[in-house]
Unconditional design. Sequence first.
Length: 86
Amino acid sequence: MAKCQVCGKGTKIGKNSKHHRGVSSRQFAHRAKKVSRTFKANIQKTTFMVGELKVRMKVCAKCLKAMKKKAVSKKLADKKKKTAKK
């Protein structure tokens, strides 16, 4: 069972419920069945640069998106600082 190494998100268990029509008499005899199922997290294997080290991690898509967003905003901030100094 895979888990995100950042937030700990993993597999969750829920129920599927089928739509069932025409339940008028003997309601519980004709009730729609509920079946167990699993909801798996979108886990990706990615490699990150931490300083000069390459670190391989299993990360969910939500955390991966947030990390990429931080990296892009950090690069833009660095570019603004360099242009302001000139």
